[in-house]
Each structure stands twice: as structure tokens, then as C-alpha cells.
Ligand binder design. Sequence first.
Ligand code: NAP
Length: 480
Amino acid sequence: MQTRNLIAGRWTDIGSGGAIDVADPASGEVIARVPMCGASEALSALNCAFEFQPEWEATPITQRADVLRATAAMVVARKDSLARIITQECGKPLAEAASEVQYSADYFSSAAQEIQALNEMEVSLERPGLRGVVRHRAVGVCAAITPWNFPLAMLARKVAPALAAGCAQLAKPAQETPLSAFALAEILLECGLPPQCLHVLIGDAKAIATTWLMDGRVRKLSFTGSTETGRLLLRQCAPEIVRCSMELGGHAAFIVLQDADIELAVKGAVQSKFRNAGQTCICPNRFLVHESIASEFAARVAVAAAQLKIAPGLDAGCQIGPLIHDAAVEKVRAHVADALARGAKLICGGRTKEIPDRPDRFFEPTVIANCDPSMLCFEEETFGPVIPIMSVASEIQAIEIANSSPFGLAGYVFGGNDASARGVAQQLQCGVIGVNEAAPSNARAPFGGVKYSGYGREGGAWGLMEYVTTQYLALRSLEK
Ligand code: NAP
């Protein structure tokens, strides 16, 4: 397992900020010690990336695509070991980690395909003797800052299109989960990526980001994380007009219409809410269920939730692992307590499950009914395994409440009539919507939000376009 930062083509032990322990959230055991970088290491990485940028951009597209395809294949071939690393550092069940590995590989194959499909275009200028040609160029050196909840996939989403487009990439994963990122970088190098193209380092996040963003040579930042950090970074990007993609916090509504197939909706709720113990940006946080079926929905979700196996992520059959750290547990506790104090009714869960010799981080899947928008859990992401249900009288009320949030990443609509379910979905102010579908993300489709959830898209052709600039040539030929 690689435990060092990758800077200027070398795996290095040097860290001007000391070192940090990476611990397994399920046991608290230290699994690695990683050097912490600061401004000086960030600058070395940037110098190297900037110097190599023109060469990578000039590398034929087929050659770049070959590296990405080989990477996709090797990521899949190493699925077991990568999944273990993900589970050990972020806690999610091993089966979910394996899906994340496949999902990450898909970004590499998709980016390889999209860059080869990105052709020059002719524009009709309607002026004699003048041809309009539109082409695409790499945006330049890119920086990526990623969170801990999908430590492999969030990086793959950024690195794959950046490298496909011909950009050198600087990456700063979350302190909690650097090992998946190092493992991915190892694979890319083994698959023929020139080492000057990719630099992966953790450390003092503020110092690293400031060094990269205020320098003038980084032309693009892609950030996934909280809205609060996104705002800070946007300010830092302003002086040098650094182009940004911001994948920020979510607060998805899960709407169940009167004519919904309740069994499907219950299955969808359990699948989308309890993945990664509720620590995903697109997981539903506000369940808006038609009043005629709200009690039945709550009772059936509670039965399904009670059957989930809570255990350390590496245990066979685990379906809910630990939360990432103690502060995350406290936030979930606070949301549940607030809802109950304001009149909600606890249907199941509501506390942590004790597992001998394990930290107190295994929160039981929780269902609360009689919720309303005054509650904390309706205001902000819980980032834990809690299903708060509010009864609504109509589609209009559901849409109004869903859209009243300043966040707009994902949404879900379950309804028995395709046209009306789609009609409701299209009125939601968010970027990704599952209609009778609980897992809408796909590496070939656009992913991203609106409002406080950010802007820019990752995945497919849309993800690639974030890493190119459009260049227009007005060509007058002097040749006879
Ligand atoms: P976070 O605190 O914003 O951290 C995310 C990343 O930003 C980490 O790499 C962190 O580095 C870095 N960071 C923190 N402060 C920084 C600063 N001042 N300057 C530069 N970088 C800084 O977010 P989190 O709590 O770990 O992640 C959960 C959030 O991510 C949730 O809100 C979730 O919804 C969101 N998320 C969004 C998406 C999406 O696609 N929209 C996907 C996944 C997660 P350190 O680790 O070194 O502090």
C-alpha cells in the first residue's frame, strides 16, 4: 500500500508539515502514517506540472486515451485490493467499495471515448472567402480537491477528463482518505502516464490551495466538498480568474406521489439513504410522502431498515458501516434530538449500536415521522443514516418544499404514472434526478448541482468540456 505523496515524479517521505495518522473509522486503528505537505511541496508540484503541461497537451489524443483505457482495465483488475483500501480508510461496506471501484474505472473509459469523439467543427460565417473553425484546447494545469466519502471516485471523476483533455493535474485528497488516491496514482503511472502529469499530496489544505490558486499558472480548480469550503475557494480563485467546477453539498428531496408503487419507493429509500451510512452528497434528506400513504411508507421503511446488518465494513454481509468520525456521530445525534424536540415521532433507530471493542460510531438506521421544515434535518445535510418523513397533501406542496432549499444537487420522484412523475421531476431545482430510480449516478451522464450545490458537471462529454477551452479560428486562405 502506497503511503507517500507523489510530487514531481517521486513518491516522497518529505513533508514540511510533519505527518498524520490515517485511521480505520471502524476500529480507530492506525493503518498508515502519511507525510503532511505545505506550500513548498505544493509549489514543487506546480512547477513540475507547469513545465510538462505543453508536452502532455501535444501528446497525440490516441496515446492519452490508451493510458486512460489501460487505467480503467487495471482499476477493475485490482478491484479487491482497491475496495479494501477504500473500506479501511472511509468505513463503507466492502461491497459498496467494490461498486465505487467499478464506477471509478468507468470515468476513465468514458473520458477516453469522449476525447476521441471531440472533433473540430466548421461554422458557417456567411462571408465569402472566410472559414470558421471551432476547436478545443486543454485548459492548462488543473487542481483537484476531493472529500473522504468517495475517496477513489471523486478523484477519478476529475483526473480522467483532465488527463484526457491534455491537462497536467495537481490533486489534494482529504486527509482522512489519501490512500485510495495514492493507489490510483500508482496505477496511472504503471499504465504509462508520464509522472510529471500527476501530483498527489495531502497536508495543510489552506496552504496548498492558496499556493496553487493564487499563483496564476493553475487555470482550473475542480472541487468536491462542503459549500462552506467551496465559497472560500471561489474567493481564492477570483484574483487569477481561475476557472472552477464546484460539486458542493446536497439536500435531496425524495418525493413519493399518491400513486407510487410503495414497495419500489421503500426499496429506493433504503438503497439511496443508507448507502455509505447516509454519507453521500446525493442521498435523500427530506422525504416528502403523500399523506394517504405516509404511515404505511414509514412503517415499511422501518421494517426494511431494521433488517440491515450494521458492522465494520470488512465484515461479510455488512450493509451499514461506521460514520467517518465522532463529530459526524454528534451531528446525526443533534439532528435526531432536534426533530424529536420539535414534535417528530421516532419509528426506529435514533442511537448508536454498541459493538464490543469498536468505537461508538455505528449509527442505527433511523426513521422519524411527522417531520416539518422547521427542523434542522430539513434545513441542512444530516450526512448520516436518518430518514425524516413529512406528509404532504399535494404534488404542488411537495415541489414547493423541495425547491425551498438553497441546495440543489439531487432529487428523487417515485410515482405510478411515468408522465406525471417526470412532470414533477422536471420542476425540481436540482441537477440530478432519479424517477422511480434510487441510483441515478453514472460515469457517462452529467453530474452536478445548482444553487448552493455548485456548478459545472462531471461525467461523459459534459465532464470533459470542463477541461477544455473553445478556440475559434476565422481562416482566410491566401492560397490560390
Ligand atoms: P470539506 O470539509 O469541504 O473537505 C473537502 C476537501 O476540502 C478536503 O480535501 C479538505 O481537505 C479540503 N479543504 C478543507 N478546507 C479547505 C480550505 N480552507 N482550503 C482548501 N481546501 C480545504 O468537506 P467534507 O466535510 O470533507 O465532505 C463532505 C461534503 O462534501 C458534504 O457537504 C458533501 O455533500 C460534499 N460532497 C459533494 C459531492 C458532489 O459531487 N456535489 C460529492 C461528495 C461530497 P482536508 O481533508 O485536508 O481538510
